[in-house]
Design a protein around this ligand. Structure first.
Ligand SMILES: Nc1nc2c(ncn2[C@@H]2O[C@H](COP(=O)(O)OP(=O)(O)OP(=O)(O)O)[C@@H](O)[C@H]2O)c(=O)[nH]1
Length: 328
């Protein structure tokens, strides 16, 4: 799923006592999968690429310090982060030098071990209105199903009737169960019932929606803290992941939001949506670096398949492929 797992898989297969033909086929498959993933990033980053190509229209072997600085600003990377990344680099920068610095920006984020997950594995989805929570829940449920895991949804946005309907429509489309209540009812009760249903039905994954809220809305935020506590009552250790959904078109402004929510309930990871609709792809560097949180996925469209597992290596390579000639 993540590149660091993939790399491990690569190495294991190399060492494995398998017939050569199977070994080569498997390595080819992994390579093809990696290329496809890079392709997805390239598609999602089209708008960002258009912008950086105005600074570096031709691919080169070395690019000047000033041009790199300018293109990172154009891609909405925060100035402070640019300074950090480029400190001490020479006037003419090679791909290898820049790659190393850019990948390092993601290293503050803790690595997450996704083996031996508890059952059910409970994820609570948090974000402001319109960030893309509902659509992302559908996409996550779709990934679960594709991975052969059972999943149940909790319609915890009881604030808006339309949100319950929207999630129910996705549940029907994906053919996954959903626990819901009427608008205005207690969202924590929905969370409790969803986790209890998952335990009773031996379901692998629980994904719980919450109402869109601003970090300044005290009542809604107290409600969020209550939902977190009630999840723990339903199952010790739950929610196992509190995921913040950030609208990628907002670029760096989304960081302040995430910081406030992180202080409020503690965020475990980020999903950045609508990367396809923005030239601000560079904000991913600032988001991960400033928040010291991993980006798990990025949303690259409105359909159920438009969510890709985020890997810093693939992301950085997609960017560099646009401006550097292949390394000799
Ligand atoms: N292009 C694009 N659109 C997206 C993506 N994710 C979500 N959207 C669209 O963004 C809009 C808002 O998404 P929702 O999932 O309804 O957002 P929400 O956070 O649940 O919103 P509220 O229910 O208002 O809190 C919808 O039109 C989605 O189709 C994405 O990755 N790319």
């Amino acid at each position: 799923m993540f590149s660091f797992f993939k790399k491990k898989k690569d190495i294991d297969i190399e060492k494995e006592e398998l017939p050569l033909e199977i070994k080569e086929n498997t390595i080819q498959e992994i390579k093809a999968e990696n290329e496809q993933k890079k392709g997805f990033f390239s598609k999602a980053l089209e708008k960002t690429f258009e912008t950086i190509k105005t600074v570096v229209p031709q691919k080169k072997e070395k690019i000047s310090f000033d041009d790199i600085q300018e293109l990172l600003i154009e891609a909405d990377m925060e100035y402070e982060i640019i300074e950090k990344a480029m400190d001490g680099l020479p006037d003419e920068i090679t791909r290898k030098q820049l790659r190393h610095r850019l990948v390092m920006l993601f290293e503050h984020a803790p690595k997450v071990d996704l083996s031996n997950l508890p059952k059910p594995f409970v994820r609570l989805i948090i974000g402001v209105n319109g960030a893309g929570k509902t659509t992302t829940i559908a996409k996550l449920a779709n990934i679960s199903k594709k991975d052969g895991k059972s999943v149940i949804l909790g319609a915890g946005d009881t604030f808006r009737a339309a949100a319950i309907e929207q999630l129910s429509t996705w549940a029907a489309k994906l053919d996954v169960p959903i626990i819901k209540t009427k608008q205005g009812h207690d969202a924590s009760a929905v969370a409790f019932d969803t986790i209890s249903a998952a335990i009773a039905r031996n379901i692998d994954n629980v994904i719980i929606d919450t109402a869109g809220r601003l970090q300044t809305q005290t009542n809604l935020n107290n409600e969020l803290k209550k939902i977190v506590k009630v999840c723990e009552k339903a199952m010790t250790g739950a929610p196992h992941q509190k995921l913040m959904i950030l609208d990628g078109t907002q670029g760096n402004t989304a960081i302040a939001q995430a910081k406030a929510f992180n202080e409020m309930v503690g965020i475990d990871g980020i999903i950045v949506t609508k990367l396809d609709g923005t030239a601000k792809g560079g904000a991913l560097f600032s988001i991960s670096n400033q928040l010291e949180l991993p980006i798990f996925y990025v949303g690259v469209g409105e359909k159920q398949d438009d969510l890709i597992a985020f890997s810093p290596d693939d992301f950085v390579d997609s960017l560099l492929d646009e401006i550097y000639t292949p390394e000799k």
